[in-house]
Write a protein that binds this ligand. Structure first.
Ligand code: MF3
Ligand code: CO
Length: 270
């Protein structure tokens, strides 16, 4: 067919975006409260229970809970666990661990999704660098999250930022569209994509969850027998950083799930 190709991904209306903003702002506050809980001696189950309480206090529902059978409100992934770690009462955080908290909620029909990785007490400098660079790769990628750009410009922006460090960039999981469902089209790779596949054209109102998963070793991962926990093949630590964003008609995208005080230039509450 000739003429303009219709987008497979329906952008949100301004009214829908307004609801996304509310859902996402609540999630940013939940993450800020979760950050305060990270300390040696706490169990990953305690973090999950607190997170579920924070979500409900904000008037939201935990959208991860029972998602395809996922048994908790939050994914808590320690060290070589990349994502989707199931919280456990006997999994106790220790000084030097790095822990990623992936959390989402649904409010007024709209989903939000964000992840942060924190060091527990004093961590190895390489682990601290991994956390910082994973976060920075997100911001490097979303410079390309502009109307008229192409989806894989974001992927390539992330990969280009990380490339000099020699990290592994996980390929088995991706970012995604988000809105009335937790996972919508499109699939968003966080790794380098070939030039002959630029991805969809980005349009104002598209809401996306961009979420680089980065390791101190290989990009290869495996699923634990619990069917959820994703670990690095080589046991190297991994970090994860994710925000829900919105493409704007002009200029930079809007980052919807920042924690209060968290700034895109690296200052603030991180
Ligand atoms: N943020 C996670 C993702 O986009 C959501 C995981 S769903 C859960 O993959 F069921 F694992 F919680
Ligand atoms: Co996500």
């Amino acid at each position: 067919m000739r003429g303009k190709k219709k987008a497979a991904v329906r952008p949100k209306t301004e009214a829908e975006l307004a609801k996304m903003r509310v859902s996402c702002a609540k999630l940013g506050e939940v993450h800020a409260r979760l950050k305060e809980m990270i300390r040696p001696g706490i169990s990953t189950a305690e973090i999950d229970e607190a997170g579920e309480r924070f979500i409900r206090e904000a008037g939201g529902e935990p959208n991860f809970k029972n998602y395809q059978g996922y048994p908790a409100a939050i994914c808590v992934s320690v060290n070589d666990e990349v994502v989707h770690g199931i919280p456990k009462r006997d999994r106790i955080l220790e000084e030097g661990d790095i822990v990623s908290l992936d959390c989402g909620l649904v409010y007024d029909g709209f989903h939000s999704d964000a992840a942060r990785t924190w060091g527990v007490g004093e961590v190895h400098p390489n682990a601290a660098a991994l956390i910082a660079h994973t976060r920075e790769s997100f911001f490097a990628g979303i410079r390309y999250a502009v109307a008229g750009g192409h989806l894989h410009d974001i992927s390539n922006g992330i990969a280009a930022y990380l490339q000099p460090y020699g990290y592994g960039i996980v390929r088995d999981l991706t970012g995604h569209g988000i809105g009335r469902a937790l996972h919508e089209e499109p699939v968003i790779p966080n790794y380098r994509m070939p030039v002959f596949n630029r991805g969809i054209l980005l349009e104002p109102g598209m809401t996306l969850a961009v979420e680089p998963m980065v390791t101190l070793g290989t990009w290869r991962v495996y699923w634990e027998d619990d069917g959820w926990t994703v670990r690095t093949d080589d046991g190297a630590p991994a970090a994860h950083y994710e925000n829900t964003i919105a493409i704007r008609p002009e200029g930079e995208c809007e980052i919807l799930t920042l924690m209060p005080g968290e700034e895109a230039d690296g200052s603030g509450a991180v």
